[in-house]
Design a protein around this ligand. Structure first.
Ligand code: SAM
Ligand code: SF4
Length: 319
């Protein structure tokens, strides 16, 4: 149990857009998800009000995500405004990396601390097949730019899809051995019409394969360090991480609050609860956050069961 005084929410993930320049097979149908009307996409002013209310209620870290956050105009300015907020220790971003070579420098200059980049294959043809639209050269240039500009630690998010890229576990292990990045294997979650039985590779399966040729040492979890289990690679430049919501659910230690591109503030990505923030004052937003916090605590923070797979896609909610 949390101490009654510890805030329920410490970390806010903001989806700044539902649009994306890719169509990853496990995230979206080929035609994309139905786009929100422009008028329904949250204005930056409203996002900043939510952030101010969230800070007042205990949040001290934010992450900008999407959809693809770098396709929304003005995102560098949003980072600048967030980075200038007293009370925020960290502004981070999750991106598919396609536009990162261009944005890494301006984002760093605006105050972005670090970046997570999604990369599900190291093979050019396969990368294009999984993302339906992407070119791996662009993403690798983005990874390089993030390292060069010190958006550290650079984390590479990999979703392994059985039958698609499960033969690349070892290649990603080598990539982490050779580069100063944290390669994080994310267990695939069942969204869209997948149903709960969507195949995935578990942390144990990946760990066993990596341990056959790398010496991995489990690192002590950093205080408030999030749900990833991280391993040092003996002699290597980078690290390996696991985010295993299927086999090691981390709901009980979850302190995340989420703001969707359509302006729903949610206590969990798979929660039926949500408050529309448009038009609310900062005081009303603070009250809404307290109410969502009570709800999250009352459910023992086990909102996401993935049984009904209510989420349509992480692209709106913000993965
Ligand atoms: N477009 C950006 C990107 O791809 O990094 C940010 C948004 S994306 C929804 C955020 C993360 O969610 C990505 O790392 C992606 O791999 C992950 N994701 C999307 N659908 C997922 C699923 N069904 N299971 C696990 N992770 C998923
Ligand atoms: Fe776009 Fe990210 Fe979803 Fe891929 S995972 S389709 S890049 S939002």
């Amino acid at each position: 149990m949390d101490a009654p005084s510890s805030p329920v929410f410490e970390y806010l993930r903001i989806s700044v857009t539902d649009r994306c320049n890719l169509r990853c097979v496990y995230c979206m149908p080929p035609e994309g998800v139905p786009k929100l009307d422009h008028a329904r996409i949250l204005r930056y002013e409203t996002i900043l009000d939510v952030v101010d209310a969230a800070i007042a209620e205990g949040v001290h870290r934010v992450r900008i995500t999407g959809g693809e956050p770098l396709v929304r105009r003005g995102v560098v300015d949003l980072v600048r405004q967030l980075a200038g907020r007293p009370g925020l220790d960290e502004v981070a971003l999750t991106t598919n990396g396609v536009l990162l070579a261009e944005f890494a420098g301006p984002l760093k200059e605006a105050g972005l601390r670090r970046v997570n980049i999604s990369l599900d294959s190291l093979r050019p043809d396969r990368f294009t097949r999984i993302t339906r639209l992407g070119r791996i050269e662009d993403v690798l240039a983005g990874v390089k730019a993030a390292i060069t500009h010190g958006l550290a630690p650079v984390k590479i998010n990999v979703v392994i899809i059985p039958g698609e890229n499960d033969d690349e576990v070892e290649d990603f292990g080598k990539f982490a051995y050779e580069h100063p990045v944290v390669v994080r294997f994310i267990e695939r979650m069942p969204f869209q019409a997948d149903g709960p039985d969507v195949p995935f590779l578990s942390q144990e399966q990946v760990l066993a394969r990596l341990s056959a040729f790398l010496t991995l040492e489990r690192q002590a979890p950093a205080p408030g360090g999030g749900p990833a289990e991280v391993y040092r690679i003996a002699g290597g430049a980078g690290q390996i991480g696991f985010i295993s919501s299927r086999t090691h659910p981390f709901c009980r230690s979850c302190t995340r609050l989420r703001l969707t591109a359509a302006g729903f503030l949610m206590p969990c990505l798979d929660s039926p609860e949500g408050v529309q923030v448009a038009g609310l004052s900062v005081d009303a937003l603070r009250q809404a956050i307290r109410d969502l916090g009570r709800h999250k605590r009352a459910h023992g923070k086990t909102c996401a069961r993935f049984e009904g797979a209510r989420c349509i896609s992480l692209s709106d909610i913000g993965g």
